[in-house]
Write a protein that binds this ligand. Sequence first.
Ligand SMILES: Nc1nc2c(ncn2[C@@H]2O[C@@H]3COP(=O)(O)O[C@H]4[C@@H](O)[C@H](n5cnc6c(=O)[nH]c(N)nc65)O[C@@H]4COP(=O)(O)O[C@H]3[C@H]2O)c(=O)[nH]1
Length: 697
Amino acid sequence: MDKQDDCVLIIESDPDAAAFISAALVDAKDGPFIVEWITTLQDGIERLKKGKAKAVLLNMFLSDSKGIETFNKLYASNSQVSILVLSDQEHEEVAKLAIQSGAQDYLLTGFIDAHSLSRAIRNVMARQVVEDELFLEKERAQVTLNSIGDAVISTDINGNITYLNMVAEHMTGWSQNEAVGQPFTKVFQLIDGLTREPLPNPMDSAVQKNKTVGIDIDSVLIRRDGVETSIEDSAAPIRDRGGRVIGAVIVFHDVSAIRLMALKMSHQAQHDFLTDLPNRSLLNDRLTQAISQAHRSQKQLAVLFIDLDHFKNINDSLGHLTGDKLLQSVAQRLTACVRSSDTVSRQGGDEFIVLLADVDHPSAAGYSASKILAALLEQHNIDQHELNVTMSIGISIFPDDGEDADTLLKNADAAMYHAKEQGRNNYQFFKQEMNDKVVERLSVENGLRQALARQEFILHFQPKIHFKTGLITGAEALIRWQHPDRGLLHPQQFIKIAEDSGFIIPIGQWMLKTACQQAKDWQHEGLRPIPVSVNISAVEFRHDGLVNNIRNTLAETEIEAKYLEIELTESTLVQDAKSTMITLHALKAIGVKIAIDDFGTGYSSLSNLRQFPIDTLKIDQSFVRDMINDDDDALIVSAIIGLGNNLNFKVSAEGVETQKQLAFLQAERCEEGQGYYFNPPVDAVAFATLLGTNHAA
Ligand SMILES: Nc1nc2c(ncn2[C@@H]2O[C@@H]3COP(=O)(O)O[C@H]4[C@@H](O)[C@H](n5cnc6c(=O)[nH]c(N)nc65)O[C@@H]4COP(=O)(O)O[C@H]3[C@H]2O)c(=O)[nH]1
């Protein structure tokens, strides 16, 4: 403690009186303390200005008429100090005035004895301690209230403001000086952020209920200048020592940022990050709502399930960034095609759903679908690319095609698949029989999940025959699925589904390895080495691991690369000429042979054809089947053979079923072929027998 804190000043001109007072002081204190005897007012004032004396005993100056003025001067120099006025009876009035002006007590000197003086001093000192504590307490509260982040306003029982801290000043726009004494509702204007209606005064309710009350969750405080702030917190009554409510206090803080963040998070939870369209969850809510509404008003609504055609190709060949921009462009066009009361949502990937909330007749949904198809057909300019996309749309109608959200979505999805099967770029209304197909597709997909592990796949082989010699020149490996319930399934029944679901990658790897292993086994059995051909689907061809997988499989099965031929359909090759060229050259570098399957159906350009490192063109069996009776097909077959011979490709014919067909092909100088005329695909054992007994004619 500072020495001066314990100092008592005696301002007294008479040394005897000072000694007397000093003795009383010693008696009043329980320990040693410092007494300064000061004889003039000026010295006293100086002393008080400099330090923080605890108390002053003022005697000398109140005896004259200027006493109160003297006191005021002293008091003005340090109002924190306790002043005990000693006065004679004659000047008691002046002493009383000093008390009103701030003195703590007065004693009439006529009656003073050491005992009463010491008691009076003790009282003054004790009061000083309490006042110091009160002051400290108030100071602490003041600092605390100004340093907390919350705003605080208190009122008296009449609802007039008695205090507001700095944060409250800032948030209300009222300074403490202006606000104190004003009705609370003038300074604190509260409305409901949603309805914009004024909210009841929380202080009133705290006072009436005599307990702490929370502020409405959507409370918005209007500042004096009109700025709005979302706030949150509570009001509580203030009680006196007797427990009577004498006012109220409100503590509040700015939650605008939190509320904004909450709004943003709720938006994000319900919208797709890429297109900002409603996501699956919001669509479900809207659909459920629209169904109840349509139900009540006996109206119809339509769900349009939209899937972009071949979007994966764009993603794979131009990159995800371009793919994303295309999806954004599609989202914009879809939104522009429908009414604002309809919902366009993105389900993920390249799937969108449009909910037409009120359709008078299914034909209106058909009209919207054709409008969407037309709008989407227009070129999308994304970066430097000019992109054309088409889409397949499936439509389900409430209540005919389903009475709940799940059924309507499922059925629109089934109709969309049907639209894909119908050649894409079209829309289809749901029909009950489409569901059977979906069920079938799902069952195949589920079965595929386990087919590899359960070793349900087997390979059949179909010989390729040299037309002149009759020798087997190769074996085309064709996959079969020995389905536990449905018997032997052919690739048409599951390869497309395997491609769509991604299972084609592990299946293709199994296929490649098994075919190579089989070729090696035949060689080990002493059979004449021939190349085995493996079909690679577009999905596998575009898959990153293809070239490495082929290289590793050859090494693992120890088969020379020249005994493996890769068959790629023409449609696979035309998809992205640049990356196709790179992969083909990588395959060629390994040493495997490359054949173009189903040739004649895929519109490959002549210039690409010349640059692709291919060995064989396989004429699609549809031309071979009809060439005898159809002049056009005969012409196409002749042209393909001529083209192949000129470009130095081997030409092979698929699906040769009759002697006439063989004769035509031979006449046109086609080198080899396969088909039921020679042999259907057979299992590995049967093929070994064929190969073992096969000799030049
Ligand atoms: N009408 C008729 N058909 C004949 C004749 N000779 C052979 N075929 C059939 O024609 C298909 C020829 O295979 P593809 O054009 O490569 O067409 C194949 C091929 O594109 C694909 N495929 C088969 N195995 C695989 C595989 O392991 N992976 C992939 N990605 N696709 C495969 O499935 C398609 C169908 O295979 P399969 O059902 O085995 O049908 C085979 C074969 O059984 C004939 O004289 N007349």
